[in-house]
Design a protein around this ligand. Structure first.
Ligand SMILES: Nc1ncnc2c1ncn2[C@@H]1O[C@H](COP(=O)(O)OP(=O)(O)O)[C@@H](O)[C@H]1O
Ligand SMILES: [Mg+2]
Length: 248
């Protein structure tokens, strides 16, 4: 479904992704594991097209701050030069890190904003599905999003990604800052989303412990470089992975 070949991203002269190649098959949940600053967000932002948008904006201002090299293909088509909005229409939807919601708007309004490209009937169906997935959001649908707990905000952020009709859903550290109990529930829900909607998922996380059991395959990155890849179970039993990414 997604093939990335020899991706390099520079911010000024700093290399954020170094010769990274990666493949995601339809229906898979793929993990991208790496410590802080490893390049996880850069990778997801580049898949979503945000890095290209940023590069174009910087160039308009007269700078050449960002360099992107390598090729990306999605559903058999080269998308390396495709803008972010077009990628969303093609089904590549990113849920950015730290619960990117509109705090002044209520839960339903947030979902509506995120679904602006979608037909109404589809939106209504999806909202029903989201409230089944996260029953506690249903009771909060008229509440201002800024007043939700961290876990509820993350559920809303995932809901906002879902109403945009993803085929490939990119989740950037969805478990960040949540309690272990809520992390466990979210992990179950992410699997449920894949199983019931057949959406392909890439999940980036700093800590491997909660995500390794759910992923089909994982890529471990350090300083923008791929250092290890394997099936979830293989990575889980790898002593280096355990010592480096099983901390709290
Ligand atoms: N917009 C940016 N401008 C300059 N440097 C950036 C920018 N975004 C990320 N970086 C740098 O790129 C590296 C990778 O960052 P990032 O992709 O955010 O890592 P992660 O998400 O794994 O924490 C870091 O060294 C970070 O400081
Ligand atoms: Mg990040």
């Amino acid at each position: 479904m997604l093939t990335i070949r020899n991706l390099m991203v520079f911010y000024e002269n700093a290399l954020a992704l170094n010769d990274l190649s990666l493949k995601v098959k339809e229906g898979e949940i793929v993990g991208v594991i790496g410590s802080n600053s490893a390049g996880k967000s850069t990778l997801l932002n580049t898949i979503a097209g945000l890095t290209l948008d940023l590069k174009i904006r910087e160039r308009r201002k007269g700078g050449e701050r960002i360099t992107v090299m390598g090729r990306m293909a999605y559903l058999g088509k080269d998308i390396t030069e495709m803008l972010a909005t077009e990628r969303v229409k093609q089904g590549i939807v990113l849920c950015r890190e730290r619960h990117p919601i509109f705090p002044e708007s209520n839960v339903l309004e947030n979902l509506r904003i995120a679904a602006y490209l979608q037909p109404k009937a589809r939106f209504r169906k999806m909202v029903m599905y989201i409230f089944e997935l996260f029953p506690q959001l249903k009771g909060l649908r008229r509440k201002r999003a800024g007043f939700l707990s961290g876990g509820e905000q993350q559920m809303l952020a995932i809901g906002m990604a879902l109403v945009a009709a993803p085929k490939l859903l990119l989740l950037d550290e969805p478990l960040l800052g949540l309690s272990p109990a809520i992390q466990t529930r979210l992990v179950e829900t992410i699997e449920e989303i894949r199983n019931s909607l057949g959406i392909t998922i890439i999940i980036a996380e700093q800590f491997a412990r909660p995500v390794l059991p759910m992923i089909d395959r994982g890529y471990i990155i350090e300083n923008g470089m791929l250092i290890l890849t394997g099936r979830g179970k293989e990575l889980m039993n790898n002593p280096e992975v355990r010592s480096a990414y099983f901390g709290v």
